[in-house]
Design a protein around this ligand. Structure first.
Ligand SMILES: Cc1cc2nc3c(=O)[nH]c(=O)nc-3n(C[C@H](O)[C@H](O)[C@H](O)COP(=O)(O)O)c2cc1C
Length: 179
């Protein structure tokens, strides 16, 4: 049974929810899937048929531990089927919703020697009540600048789950093609 590793970086839970949805899609196709959070020292890529890295953006940054993982394992990742996706709020906007047009995906690729065979970007979730007061103020200001919701109790899930499912189907096809 092909083994799949999903490495996940999530602070407020949305990237984790996407990783779990992908895990279900891969398990449904009879793959043995491990989902490891970046803070839990994920396994090395070796021995897996596919590695998927999903990472959230906070204040313009990918968690440095994700960048370190990608660089530490770049040779192994580049030699096997691998996938990367970014989760951010800018991706809710047409024109920034593709891996080639989303600024954070491009920034990530500048920071790592890894060249994922597959890339995606998903819009995340806005959840003002959940954020610390300082973060809430800053994110509301950014949303005001970019014509997003500013009501302090706003909660909006921008993630397109059909697109997540389509990505899961693509991952399954990649494993089948390399199996
Ligand atoms: C403190 C904070 C900073 C954020 N900074 C950015 C940012 O710079 N750019 C962006 O597109 N989204 C930003 N976001 C939106 C997150 O990427 C989005 O909420 C995503 O769903 C977070 O993923 P997570 O729930 O897995 O942590 C920020 C969110 C928070 C709470």
């Amino acid at each position: 049974m092909p083994r799949v590793l999903i490495v996940c970086s999530s602070t407020d839970g949305q990237t984790r929810k996407i990783c779990e949805r992908l895990r279900a899609a891969l398990q449904g196709a009879d793959h043995a899937v491990s989902l490891a959070m970046i803070e839990d020292q994920p396994a090395a890529p070796e021995g897996h048929a596919l590695v998927v890295v999903g990472a959230r953006i906070r204040y313009g940054r990918t968690d440095p531990r994700v960048i370190a993982y990608a660089n530490r394992h770049a040779d192994a990742l580049n030699a096997m089927p691998s996938a990367y996706f970014s989760v951010n709020i800018v991706a809710r906007k047409a024109g920034k919703d593709q891996p080639t047009t989303n600024p954070y995906v491009r920034k990530f690729l500048h920071a790592v020697a890894w060249r994922p065979r597959l890339m995606e970007v998903f819009a995340g979730r806005l959840d003002y009540p959940r954020y610390a007061a300082g973060d809430r103020l800053i994110i509301r200001f950014i949303m005001w600048l970019t014509n997003g919701p500013t009501a302090p109790d706003a909660v909006v899930e921008y993630t397109d789950w059909q697109r997540v499912d389509a990505f899961g189907a693509t991952l399954n096809r990649v494993i089948a093609a390399n199996g």
